[in-house]
Design a protein around this ligand. Structure first.
Ligand SMILES: *Cc1c(COP(=O)(O)O)cnc(C)c1O
Length: 351
């Protein structure tokens, strides 16, 4: 059975080999203050910068999940309050976590079909961090690099934090335009869940020091202190880190992955345009995600096509929340190989 669910999602086919290697190398029993671990951390950071084009000076931190990052950002980085721009459930959840810690947090909800109208944005001086859900997994929308850049240019004194949980590793992101980027490995990195990624710019690192929040197990100041020596503040998910390191070693540079993802997206859009009973959930191509593709149809038909797909060895991802009965989602993630994607396209062409 191939799963097209957008997280946890299909893992890379090379995983058994990586597991075996991790075991044989003895890395799984390595102490997190040892030279072996420190070099694994350092090499993972270097590979991340090389393969995803992350600027020099950015720091890679390991957390448990994207959800943990939501909390860490407000706790350790936000000085006054953050301003959250989102259209769907994950963006709303981030806002909720932030608002729980800082009641002055502001929500700016947009419609799924709309792109952010940067010109009319009006964000006050009481806000020091702008939070953007770049790829909204729930409704299959995305915010482009250009829009993030325009927001950053309009508010150069504020910090920009970006949720790229279901896009980092799948599309080219302009890391230089924002200060905080995060993800989880069970989406575009094609790995089992249990590891969060947090990237901080030099400006974000200074801000953490300025705020000086400390004392919690996941206070950023504490994490950064340890990260300076490529260590972690607690015994980390070494297996997860090793798998990330191996995936980063084996994948091509991000522009090639980005190309593949966009080509496949166009193929799927074409296929859907030729069906009679299905359409892309998001009609505005400027708002549509390239890594999470949502397709909608009448309820009875969605039930039927999901069943039919299962009979053919494919599990379509369910729609999220209220969209569940009338849509399905396809993870257009790099770990899904060409053969599998073609099989899906052949299946959809029958409709
Ligand atoms: C999956 C997802 C999350 C949550 O990730 P966890 O690893 O489960 O914490 C957050 N934001 C977005 C956009 C997601 O797709």
């Amino acid at each position: 059975m191939i799963t097209f669910a957008p997280g946890p999602s299909k893992v890379y086919d090379s995983l058994p080999k990586y597991f075996q290697e991790a075991f044989e190398k003895g890395i799984l029993s390595a102490n997190h203050r040892s030279a072996v671990f420190m070099s694994l951390y350092q090499e993972t950071e270097t590979l991340m910068k090389e393969k995803l084009h992350v600027p020099e000076g950015y720091k890679l931190l390991f957390t448990s999940s994207a959800t943990e990052n939501w909390e860490i950002i407000t706790q350790s980085l936000v000085q006054s309050a953050s301003y959250h721009i989102f259209s769907g459930s994950f963006g709303k959840k981030w806002y909720d976590y932030a608002q729980y810690i800082e009641p002055l947090t502001i929500a700016h909800k947009i419609e799924a079909e709309d792109t952010v109208d940067v010109e009319s944005l009006s964000i006050g001086d009481e806000i020091d961090v702008i939070a953007i859900t770049q790829n909204e997994t729930s409704n299959a929308t995305q915010v482009s690099n250009q829009i993030i850049a325009a927001i950053a240019n309009k508010y150069p004194e504020k910090m920009i934090a970006v949720d790229t949980t279901s896009s980092m590793g799948g599309i080219k992101l302009d890391f230089g335009i924002a200060d905080v980027w995060y993800a989880s490995v069970q989406k575009c990195f094609g790995l089992p869940a249990g590891l969060g990624i947090l990237l901080l710019s030099p400006k974000a690192i200074s801000k953490v020091k300025e705020k000086g929040e400390k004392g919690r197990y996941n206070s950023l100041s504490f994490m950064l202190e340890n990260a300076e020596n490529y260590q972690t503040h607690y015994t980390p998910n070494v297996l997860g880190i090793y798998l990330l390191y191996r995936v980063l070693q084996d994948i091509p540079e991000i522009q090639h992955i980005d190309n593949k993802i966009r080509t496949r997206m166009r193929t799927l859009e074409d296929t859907i345009a030729h069906t009679s009973k299905l359409r892309m959930l998001i009609q505005n191509p400027d708002a549509r995600s390239s890594t999470v593709l949502a397709i909608s149809g009448r309820e009875e038909f969605i039930t039927e096509i999901k069943k039919e797909a299962e009979k053919n060895g494919m599990q379509l991802g369910s729609g999220y929340g209220p969209l569940k009965p009338t849509s399905f989602r396809i993870a257009n993630f790099p770990a899904v190989n060409e053969e599998e994607f073609e099989k899906l396209i052949r299946f959809l062409k029958k409709y």
